[in-house]
Ligand binder design. Structure first.
Ligand code: AGP
Length: 608
């Protein structure tokens, strides 16, 4: 997510703004900017695409002694990464930095005709909206911010300054964190406390719906309804690394545990439970084009490939007369595959920069096939080269092992499949169960993550000495098993491979001996009994089985069982994958390996 910093005090604002933004670099970003105000209100606005070093080059020629300013690192959501779209955004006499997503920015923009928009961002709309109340003097800065925020749907963590009053800053939050650092003759703000370390140990964490007016020696907090809030000053963690990982020991665990929030961002504004429908604006396909689709090709590498495979299993369950082929990009790009008429290709990539996936996209486009991106990194190469797309909005995924992106990629593709089915007139009673389970999923993920952690940690210790593992699943649990095996393999270096349960007797069963342990994913459902009988085959040959299930009692004497409790039936495998993610994490921790940067691997494979 974006980084926000602000300073008002007796020192040079530019110094803290740059150092604070550097502290937030770990969150990932594509552009940055700062604005400071002189005593007479004269602004110095500096913005640059790319890394903060580009901003520093501009700063070197624009040094100021200004004592107030705000800054931002942008992780693009609306509008490509560019200097023009970088924050701070100006509207009249005010400057705004914003972290979050303004969902109703298009409607608001329609009402702000008098503002000459210079960017494609939702954040500039927020700046213009605040200014629409501020200019002309009808409201002071704080009240203008409040009036504007009352009209906003979405999330925000913002800081606002005005050239008319260069002694005060207004900050506010709803859904995007903001912390106020209490200093001596200075007040600092940031989107996370890591920017404050070394400047102060005293901080006030704003709560959703609160607005604060800060000066160098005062902090006044109110709710949007003007109710005074008594500020609670807390001691901040001084361990920088701990803060950047949200208090978790590794980014991987942070990213596993933040899946309720990251999936919520993926679903935001796209699911209508009342109607039992979904709406995706990004693909840009008309109802008629959706109705015509007869063939889906889903392209990806690694985890993205597994997400595509799992999504394909789901889509074919509810979409008639569609054939679905999920392919590994590095293979498909060299095949001479004929792509039938009325095909659409889903191009899946967290980074949006994977060389094989990009090359495959270009090959597919040569055949005139419409391409839809399922991407996380906004403005990435793949996101720019597809014909349309759906961003998964999970925020930066720092750990090499992909976790939160997988969950959101699957659901984003299932939602795309639902839009096809809706256009094809599939009855709502068939689609509604999928929509209802998708809507419930963030909460179900939260329940599972909060209940299995210690148990999985214990189980991981039991298996961390093994060098070989077999993951097993059937139907939607099979791509899930593939993803689980990849997770374990890529960070713990255990030789883990996945097989469809039904394939065991065609070869893999020969592997079963004391060198191996088996992870069996056994969701309730019409194939549950079949999977149990496969597990019995493994046990009969001395297998060491860890069963992951949502069934009450599998009735088999396996080595270990991790049971998940969930109301989800259709998407239970996605919740079972959380167990695989945590299992891989804790096995790796037990082995003492580098969880976030495993050997030989990169987060984005931009080479072929
Ligand atoms: C997954 O944990 C791995 N890091 C890797 O397989 C990854 O999924 C693959 O390289 C694809 O990356 P992308 O989603 O950024 O295209």
């Amino acid at each position: 997510m974006c980084g926000v910093v602000g300073y008002v005090g007796d020192k040079k604002a530019q110094d803290f703004l740059i150092s604070g933004l550097k502290r937030l670099e770990y969150r990932g970003y594509d552009s940055a900017g700062i604005v400071t105000l002189a005593e007479d209100g004269t602004p110095t606005l500096l913005r640059a695409q790319g890394k903060i070093v580009n901003l520093e080059e501009k700063l070197a020629k624009n040094k100021r002694d200004d004592k107030i300013g705000i800054g931002h690192t942008r992780w693009a959501t609306h509008g490509e990464p560019s200097e023009n779209n970088a924050h701070p955004h100006r509207a009249g006499d005010i400057f705004v930095v914003h972290n979050g997503i303004i969902e109703n920015y298009k409607e608001l923009k329609e009402q702000l005709k008098e503002h000459e928009f210079k960017s494609e961002t939702d954040s500039e709309v927020l700046a213009a909206l605040i200014n629409s109340f501020y200019h002309g003097g009808k409201y002071n800065l704080a009240d203008a911010v409040v009036q504007a925020l009352k009209l906003v749907n979405g999330t925000y963590g913002i800081a606002v300054v005005s050239t008319k009053n260069p002694d005060e800053m207004v900050v506010a939050r709803s859904g995007s964190p903001l912390v106020i650092g209490v200093g001596n003759d200075e007040t600092l703000i940031a989107s996370d406390a890591s920017a404050l370390v070394g400047h102060t140990k005293r901080a006030i964490y704003l709560n959703d719906g609160e607005v604060a007016v800060i000066t160098k020696d005062s902090i006044e907090i109110k709710t949007l309804n003007a109710e005074p809030v008594s500020a609670k000053v807390e001691e901040i963690e001084t361990n920088l690394a701990a803060i950047q990982k949200g208090g978790y020991e590794h980014f991987l665990l942070k990213e596993i545990m933040e899946q309720p929030e990251s999936l919520t961002e993926t679903l935001r504004g796209r699911v209508n439970v009342e109607n039992g429908t979904v709406r995706l604006g990004g693909p840009g396909l008309t109802e008629a084009e959706l109705r015509k689709i007869k063939h889906l090709i889903i392209v990806g590498c690694g985890t993205a490939y597994h997400a595509g495979m799992l999504a394909g299993y789901y889509i074919e369950q509810f979409t008639p007369e569609i054939t679905i082929e999920t392919v590994i990009a590095s293979e498909y790009r060299y095949r001479s595959a004929y792509i039938p008429k009325d095909s659409v290709a889903l191009i899946v990539s967290q980074s949006g920069e994977t060389a094989d996936t990009l090359a495959c996209l270009r090959e597919i486009k040569k055949q005139g096939v419409k391409t839809i991106g399922i991407v996380n990194a906004i403005g990435s190469t793949i996101a720019r080269e597809v014909d349309g797309g759906t961003y998964v909005h999970v925020g930066p995924e720092i750990s090499v092992a992909s976790t939160k992106a997988f969950t959101s990629q699957v659901i984003a593709m299932v939602m795309f499949g639902l839009t096809i089915a809706q256009a094809k007139g599939v009855k709502s009673n068939i689609l509604r169960p999928y929509v209802e389970e998708i809507a419930k999923m963030p909460e179900e993920i939260r329940k599972v993550l909060s209940s299995v952690g210690d148990e999985v940690k214990g189980v991981a210790k039991k298996y961390c000495e093994y060098e070989h593992a077999i993951y097993l699943g059937r139907d939607t649990a099979y791509p899930t098993a593939m993803e689980g095996a990849l997770k374990l393999k890529e960070i713990s270096y255990v030789d883990a491979n996945a097989y469809a349960f039904g394939e065991l007797k065609h070869g893999p069963l020969a592997l079963v001996d004391d060198r191996f342990f088996e992870v069996a994913l056994i969701p309730r459902g019409h194939l549950y009994e079949k999977s149990l009988s496969n597990v019995q085959e493994v046990l009969a040959r001395g297998g060491h089985v860890l069963a992951v299930t949502n069934a009450d009692d599998i009735g088999l004497s396996v080595d270990s069982v991790v049971k998940i409790t969930t109301s989800l039936e259709i998407f239970a495998p996605i919740l079972m994958n959380l167990v695989s993610q945590l299992f891989a994490y804790y096995v790796t921790v037990a082995k003492g390996y580098n969880v976030d940067q495993p050997r030989n691997l990169a987060k984005s494979v931009t080479v072929e």
